[in-house]
Design a protein around this ligand. Structure first.
Ligand SMILES: [Zn+2]
Length: 228
């Protein structure tokens, strides 16, 4: 059984324990997870963050940052579907109907996912960069497969299949090295954009709260004056 004295001595320790959720520095957007203290000092910019204040906009920020990853990823997945549908309708005359149907569905899906991307990214430059990065990286990553399938369709001779396979391996080595490198750069760029977004959302949310508090304070004051 737990000793109540033990629980009592552990309570204060728990309240100043390491932060175990995503909270963001109000000054630079750095993720304060894992840090200790109240106020918690940001290791990047040195700003002292009051835990009560940083936790107010945290859930809004978490949702927004998550969406900044989800919707571009959805667009990429849908453009792969769109590409496959194009290939099917171009090369498979038996399955042309399915290919055309796929083009329609994936194009509509992409447009609606892009609509969400537009809402999620306030910064148009960042939005364009992230979308271009993600799509190009995926294209480069899939290039070995696209190239091999194209060659196999074009040559139609079993003799050259070995050569196509060797070419495929070389393409994998080159393209995957490029795409992994570019992916790291792209993730870094997105992370910087997410930090800016975190700061913006925190400022907007807290401004609202302070404005509302000031307004209700003024109302209270007026009421008191009327009463007296
Ligand atoms: Zn900071």
């Amino acid at each position: 059984m737990a000793d109540p004295h033990d629980a009592a001595t552990h309570l204060p320790t728990a309240s100043v324990g390491a932060i175990d959720e995503d909270l963001f520095c109000l000054d630079c957007g750095y993720n304060l997870r894992g840090l200790r203290g109240d106020p918690v000092r940001c290791p990047e910019c040195g700003h002292d963050n009051d835990l009560g204040t940083v936790s107010i906009p945290a859930s809004l920020i978490r949702t927004a940052l998550h969406e900044m990853e989800t919707y571009p990823t959805m667009c990429v997945a849908l453009s792969v579907g769109l590409f496959l549908s194009l290939v099917i309708s171009a090369f498979e005359s038996d399955a042309r109907v399915f290919g055309l149907l796929g083009i329609l569905i994936f194009a509509i899906g992409w447009a609606s996912a892009y609509g969400r991307v537009r809402k999620t990214f306030r910064d148009a430059v960042l939005r364009r960069t992230v979308m271009t990065d993600f799509h190009l990286i995926t294209l480069v990553f899939l290039t070995p497969f696209i190239l091999s399938v194209l060659l196999l369709v074009l040559i139609r001779s079993p003799r050259d299949e070995g050569a196509v396979f060797v070419l495929f391996l070389v393409a994998v080595a080159v393209c995957w090295t490029i795409s992994i490198r570019r992916y790291k750069v792209a993730r870094h760029r997105l992370a910087l954009g997410q930090r800016e977004a975190a700061v913006r959302i925190a400022r907007e949310t807290l401004n609202h709260i302070f404005r509302d508090a000031r307004a209700s304070g003024r109302r209270e004051l007026r009421r008191e004056r009327h009463a007296s």
